[in-house]
Design a binder for this molecule. Structure first.
Ligand SMILES: [Zn+2]
Ligand SMILES: [Zn+2]
Length: 578
């Protein structure tokens, strides 16, 4: 049996990435540097990581007097046309000087009208006061809900297919020409086959791929989806099984169609030409909106987890990344922690351990991908003003049956005591809960710890045999993307390579805009040369301490620390196959 290295490295040490064995990085990390405790209030209901928190960000504009939908039977389609609820339409009415664009939200015979009426949610706020817009009511009856000034009710003959998305519905209006001017005249051909992620070796090389009209073009509140897709697919193959899994009997009839749009119209063009035009993304949005229970995906402000739920869980039926010891599966992990006043600038590692400790749950195996949602809810509540996304996430202590080290003597641990979490001097985090038999007994002879209930750990038999001859390896995952939100707008920091020195890029699908109404957004990718520094323990400490208020932080450091919404980690296996 080969004896492993005994060097003691910290996760920020660059030599750590050399010769990484397949799953495991064999070394001992120094662990989080800020000591902390956690209030040991274990609540089993925290275990349900799959449930999203309740968001309060949807404006409720219902007033009881208006709700009277039942009397007026809605239709799904406008008879004798290809238009239906959810269709993107152009509306021409005499009151407006130019065509208006929007999505059909309601069709039927409205109060006081004999003809079929169509309720359209317009894509832009209308400042033309002469237009008869509402927030979804018509003559005092509510037919749908939207922001004030966005709803327009017209007779059905006033609507036709939105010419910008004409390819979406070739049957409906094949005779109307597509106008690529609508989106800035940058072509975006679909790319068949399999295209590998962008392979970037240096900051200079990344720089060459950056600029305006780079990444995914945003349109009509699509940033939640643009930022997420960009993070998932541009530089890593970790989600690629989504693009290639053959259909199975249980799949929905449109499975292949959705997969093809995702692969050939979005991911492949993104990797080959580093640009995806907004109408391509709109195709996916329309499919998701139509095929999943998540509604409003073509027009409303949504959150990344709603998009991922629709795409991963409902439509693509992806294998959940996280297998929990409770028997549940999940696609992401929401950090549930109680605020610890001693932590002023927590790392994701610290919060992750607190969250797992309080939920008393483990993962059955190291996931290929770990998407962690930060402790913030809705648009306004952030538990911590700043959080440092850990570059490497040590998952050793949350993997069921993974061999661990006694926190006292360093031998193979055979017991775990959750009550000892953070109480022993020198021990931090979950690492401090593992003991060998001897140390477990000694530690619990202390009067204050006699009421603890250590549990036996199960250690794989093979490992037990070689335990005396090697160090206990620790398991790490690498940060590759941070999706951030600031005032309802999502953007992403994405790592264009692997290792602590790989360059990072910042992506905003709506960095700039051309034209006012009916104009288009200009997406942009830029390099962020200082990002590796800000993510390092020392660099983060310095930036944090020298910028006492958020306005003093460099712009991108502020977004990274203050606005992080979701951190994406990948297993080091994936790094190896790049
Ligand atoms: Zn021991
Ligand atoms: Zn204990």
């Amino acid at each position: 049996m080969e004896t492993q290295s005994t060097s003691s490295l910290s996760p920020s040490d660059t030599s750590l990435y050399n010769n990484i064995p397949l799953t495991v990085l064999e070394l001992f990390a120094s662990g989080p540097s800020v000591p902390y405790n956690c209030t040991p209030n274990a609540s089993p209901e925290y275990a349900n990581a799959r449930d999203s928190p309740v968001y309060d960000n949807l404006v409720d504009i219902d007033t009881p007097a208006e709700v009277d939908l039942v009397k007026y039977t809605p239709l799904q389609d406008i008879p004798d046309t290809a238009l239906g609820v959810g269709s993107m339409v152009e509306v021409s009415i005499p009151e407006a000087s130019e065509n208006l664009y929007g999505v059909i939200r309601w069709i039927g015979t409205a109060q006081g009208r004999k003809q079929i009426m169509v309720g359209v949610e317009l894509e832009e706020d209308q400042d033309d006061r002469t237009l008869p817009t509402t927030n979804g009511t018509y003559k005092g009856v509510r037919y749908f809900k939207c922001h004030d000034g966005r709803a327009l009710f017209v007779t059905s003959d006033r609507c036709c297919t939105d010419r910008r998305f004409i390819e979406l519905d070739g049957k409906a209006a094949a005779n109307i020409p597509t106008d690529s001017k609508m989106f800035g005249q940058v072509e975006c051909p679909s790319v068949p086959g399999a295209v590998a992620p962008l392979k970037i070796k240096s900051l200079e090389e990344l720089e060459e791929n950056c600029g305006k009209f780079k990444g995914i073009q945003g349109h009509h509140n699509s940033c939640y989806l643009d930022a997420t897709l960009f993070a998932m697919f541009t530089f890593t193959p970790v989600f690629d099984s989504l693009l290639f899994r053959p259909p199975e009997a249980d799949d929905i009839p449109n499975y292949m169609e959705v997969q093809k749009v995702l692969r050939e119209e979005i991911v492949n063009p993104l990797r080959k030409n580093v640009f995806v035009r907004a109408d391509r993304v709109m195709k996916l949005r329309q499919l998701l909106d139509k095929l999943s229970s998540v509604s409003g995906l073509t027009s409303e402000e949504k959150d990344p987890e709603e998009f991922l739920n629709s795409l991963l869980a409902q439509i693509m039926r992806a294998e959940p990344f996280l297998k929990l010891s409770s028997g549940q599966d999940a696609y992401f992990y929401q950090l549930f922690v109680e605020k610890d006043e001693r932590l002023c600038f927590p790392t994701v590692q610290q919060l992750f351990e607190q969250s797992f400790h309080s939920s008393d749950i483990k993962l059955k195996e190291v996931p290929s991908c770990l998407i962690i949602q930060m402790p913030r809810f809705g648009k306004n509540f952030k538990m911590y003003p700043r959080i440092l996304p850990s570059q490497l996430l040590d998952v050793t202590d949350i993997i069921e049956d993974s061999p661990r080290q006694c926190s006292v003597c360093g031998k193979l641990a055979e017991y775990e005591c959750r009550d000892c979490y953070g109480v022993l001097q020198g021990g931090v985090g979950l690492e401090s809960t593992a003991f060998c038999l001897k140390c477990c007994d000694t530690v619990h002879m202390h009067a204050r710890r006699t009421n603890h209930t250590p549990k036996k750990l199960s250690v794989p038999q093979d490992f037990r045999i070689m335990a005396d001859h090697m160090n206990v390896p620790r398991l790490y995952m690498e940060l590759f993307a941070v999706v951030c939100i600031e005032t309802s707008h999502y953007v992403a920091f994405v790592k264009a390579g692997s290792g602590p020195d790989a360059p990072w890029c910042f992506f905003d699908s709506m960095a700039d805009r051309k034209g006012e109404k009916n104009g288009y957004n200009i997406p942009e990718m830029i390099t962020v040369p200082d990002l590796p520094l800000w993510l390092s323990e020392e660099g983060a400490r310095v930036v944090n301490e020298t910028s006492t208020n958020d306005k003093m932080l460099p712009e991108h450091a502020k977004r990274l620390f203050c606005d992080a919404y979701m951190c994406m980690y990948q297993s080091t296996d994936v790094m190896m196959y790049r």
